[in-house]
Design a protein around this ligand. Structure first.
Ligand SMILES: [Zn+2]
Ligand SMILES: [Zn+2]
Length: 136
């Protein structure tokens, strides 16, 4: 099974979340999520070996939603290129990184993340490990 772990943020509190995407037929769908590292420095350490996937990106019906606010959809800010949780309803969302409102249009067509098949550990482990070595 092909899967990658994407670093995203909760759009409400700006905290890191990790989203697992799996290749399902021709699409890549979000299937699981965890809380990420608590600081930018420790999260950057696990963001190595990034792989870019260009495909139709979606959300699986089994995706549990954002680990903080439980929003079940995802958007990608075209300015900062980060991904965030999303309620699936608003046509305009606030990006906590850019401090602007982003108008949503079209589907997500690219994701960047850690390829799990090339040595990345379980995302939960990554989050916890980076917390231990990170600055709090
Ligand atoms: Zn959230
Ligand atoms: Zn942004």
């Amino acid at each position: 099974m092909q899967e990658i772990i994407v670093t995203a943020k909760c759009r409400k509190n700006g905290k890191y979340i990790l989203i697992k995407f799996e290749k399902q037929e021709s699409r890549w769908n979000a299937t699981d999520s965890w809380k990420g590292a608590t600081s930018e420095i420790s999260q950057k350490r696990v963001d190595t070996d990034k792989k870019t996937i260009e495909a139709v990106i979606g959300v699986s019906h089994t995706y549990p939603g954002c680990p903080y606010c439980e929003d079940t959809q995802i958007f990608r800010c075209s300015t900062c290129e980060n991904m965030y949780c999303y309620d699936g309803e608003s046509s305009e969302v606030y990006c906590v990184t850019c401090d602007i409102n982003v108008i949503l249009e079209g589907e997500i067509s690219v994701i960047e993340g850690n390829d799990r098949s090339t040595g990345a550990h379980n995302a939960t482990e990554l989050g916890q490990k980076s917390d231990e070595i990170g600055l709090k």
